[in-house]
Design a binder for this molecule. Structure first.
Ligand SMILES: *Cc1c(COP(=O)(O)O)cnc(C)c1O
Length: 493
């Protein structure tokens, strides 16, 4: 299987796509064509456990990786999750299911891919024949950074540096990153919001001079951001697994179509659902859920992607994003895989902050996707209602998805299609906000929030958050965008 750039020009192997992260012209790597999973294969996968299902999906894209290696990598990655099943499906109500993707080492769905990415990257380097040390640069809106740090810490031949917006992440997220252990890790706060942070990292990747300087030092850049295909591929697997779990538990018949609602920021998670559909998974509609930063909602309603708007800080910080990088892969598909048009649109986005797709493209996208959003009050309401009605507690990001799903149910009362809502973080990762939503109580301290949330819900507190309080802070630097590369050089020297 080969991978091509959304902006044309390159055609590379899967290993290359993962090692490189981004194509030379700034485009994103996409599979040359979507591999198929037949109904016979789906039936075979029914009896498999999660790592086996994941390895099977990965092998479809990464055919130059050996099957045994992929399987054992999946086994050790998902052994790091608490509770046995890395992606359990919880039945909430008739036809509504919660796909919990937060039982990994950092309590957010990013772990589903980032526990596996170090293997995919290291093995990719072997396949490609790269000898240099790899420097992984990550821009994070909160959860990716920690998950990448955990995934890569103390890996041989790899260093990792994470950049987060100085005042754009939750206290808990910041503490998780600043206390990170490992001899090959570095964490830096960037003055600005997530988009500033992501742009600064993109600029380092695109800067020929910087790359040359690093290569002379024996260092090659790679990315662990959700634009890396190595992040996307493991995410496709849990959509298959959720579907198979619904069939196994007789909630649906094999072949029956289902819907997913996905809390969305950079468009990586929901794009993986679309890839699963393209591979043959019986998915009917995908509901894209945003918070008050409703740029994607507007895009799905109007076909105009316009970043010229206020950036709003919310209680679902991992969705506080105006430039959803992975959307490029979607508009590439719906343009009829037109690389020139995609490149032109991305240039337009860069120069004017805006682009527009055609009415025909929007009509085809709307056959599968719709976008909804949730204000702060609305997600609190949705979290509260579900907690009171069913006893189920969800985090603030999932709260936005719940609100959007409920809107869909209200508008489509006769629709009997089963709905899976993707749960992206542990409620304990945002303890004060979740406590407020389910009890109305305000506490100032995160750890008090955890204690009270536990008292109110009796949910087990994840180990990784429990012991955070006593860890020393190792990283406290905060940098102007223009100083980031100097800090990178400082780290690799
Ligand atoms: C990253 C993240 C999201 C957004 O996922 P994308 O793939 O960027 O769309 C949503 N919720 C949580 C908790 C996250 O960490």
């Amino acid at each position: 299987m080969k991978f091509i750039s959304t902006r044309g020009g390159e055609k590379v192997s899967g290993a290359n796509a993962i090692v490189q992260g981004l194509s030379a012209n700034g485009g994103l790597f996409v599979p040359e064509k979507f591999p198929e999973v037949t109904e016979t294969e789906l039936n075979e996968m029914l009896d498999m456990n999660y790592p086996e299902r994941a390895a099977k999906i990965l092998k479809k894209y990464l055919d130059e990786y050996d099957e045994k290696g992929l399987l054992s990598a999946c086994e050790s990655a998902y052994a790091k999750f608490e509770g046995g099943d890395p992606a359990p499906l919880v039945r909430l109500d008739d036809g509504v299911y919660m796909l919990e993707l937060f039982h990994g080492p950092t309590c957010a769905f990013k772990d589903m891919a980032l526990t596996l990415l170090p293997y995919l990257l290291r093995k990719g380097c072997d396949i490609v024949g790269i000898k240099e040390e790899i420097l992984v640069l990550v821009a994070t809106s909160g959860d990716t950074g920690k998950a990448a740090l955990e995934g890569f810490k103390d890996e041989d031949g790899v260093k990792i540096m994470v950049f987060y917006p100085s005042d754009g992440v939750s206290k808990m997220q910041k503490l998780q990153m600043c206390t990170q252990e490992g001899k090959n890790v570095n964490v830096a706060a960037v003055k600005g919001n997530f988009d500033d942070c992501q742009n600064a990292v993109k600029e380092i990747f695109a800067n020929v001079e910087y790359n040359k300087i690093l290569l002379e030092k024996g260092v090659r850049l790679s990315s662990a951001n959700s634009i890396n295909f190595g992040r996307l591929a493991p995410q496709i697997a849990y959509y298959f697994s959720a579907y198979l779990d619904l069939v196994s538990s007789s909630q649906i018949a094999m072949g029956e179509q289902i819907d997913f609602t996905v809390p969305t920021g950079n468009f990586g998670n929901i794009l993986a659902a679309y890839y699963a559909k393209r591979m043959g998974l019986p998915v009917r509609r995908l509901h894209c859920a945003s918070n008050s930063n409703r740029i994607l909602t507007d895009f799905f309603n109007t076909g105009v992607y316009d970043t010229n708007r206020e950036f709003i800080k919310t209680t679902s910080p991992s969705m506080d994003i105006l430039v959803s990088s992975n959307l490029e892969r979607l508009i590439f598909e719906f343009s009829g895989r037109d690389t020139k048009l995609t490149a032109a649109r991305m240039n337009e986005l860069k120069s004017t902050g805006k682009y527009e797709i055609t009415a025909e493209e929007l009509a085809s996208i709307s056959e599968i996707f719709d976008g909804g959003c949730s204000s702060e009050e609305e997600s609190v309401e949705a979290m509260y209602d579900v907690f009171i009605d069913t006893g189920y507690t969800m985090d603030t990001h999932t709260g936005c998805a719940m609100k959007v799903a409920v809107d869909w149910f209200e508008a489509n009362k006769k629709d009997e299609t089963k709905m899976v809502i993707v749960c992206t973080a542990s409620p304990y990762k945002f303890p004060q906000d979740v406590l407020y939503a389910v009890t109305g109580n305000d506490v100032k301290d995160s750890f008090k929030g955890i204690k009270r949330l536990h008292a109110a819900t009796a949910m087990a507190v994840p180990k990784c958050l429990q012991n955070l309080k006593d860890k020393p802070v190792r990283f406290s630097g905060s940098y102007e965008k223009s100083k980031l590369f100097a800090e990178v050089l400082n780290f690799v020297k």
